[in-house]
Design a protein around this ligand. Sequence first.
Ligand code: 13P
Length: 255
Amino acid sequence: MAQARRPFFCGNWKLNGSIAESVALATDVRNGVATVRDADVAVAPSFTALHAVAKRLEDGPVSVAAQDCFWEEKGAFTGEVSPGQLADAGCKSVILGHSERRQLLGELDAAVNLKARAALKAGLTPIICVGETLAERDAGETLGRILAQLDAALADMSEAELGRIVIAYEPVWAIGTGRNATPAQAQEVHRFIRTRVASRSAAVAAKVRILYGGSVKPDNIRALMAEEDVDGGLVGGASLSADSFVRIVKEGASV
Ligand code: 13P
């Protein structure tokens, strides 16, 4: 990654953990990264554990992310959680447009955009996920798919708003499969994303952090981070163990 950007590692815990388990894992992560000065670290527990984890991590170096939000602030929207409620619970960021939501729950590009803009209004950092399926990659459609997801997600954002987002490239075929993208495959897409952001603002493109996600492990993060446009990791399975997540942060931050 380039010196101009500060590495960012976020553990996406997905649908895992009781409140007590989440607080314990967060505590171990906080203790494990206590000596890390040169990276931002976040964990993303389930909704039910957000407040308790945020309380435990208060005033420490590890921040809390949610895994989704709605785009309205309040009203008759049964089952939804607003960005303001997430901020109230202690969240600083929110993962949006994860491929599991796109694939299993029918999340649309337009919804990702509405959610991201609502999150920005509430003072949260949207971590916007994009990524192609294996069929799309095999058909040579990777960059076209990324372009469509990215343009839709970033539509109608001001330059100031663009400057506050984080983007995560997560190839669907690499998620939970143990088969990470090669550093060169990640770099190709990360560069493409940065170039696309540069068409809106060169200043933002130089600063925006683009995380890689998909089977990130302690033994592959260094090679990924060695690529110029890889600025951190969005880590699923390996973030459920404090030991492996802390190793990823330490390895990745020291590249
Ligand atoms: P894995 O690290 O388990 O492949 O998951 C990646 C991911 O989906 C992070 O959001």
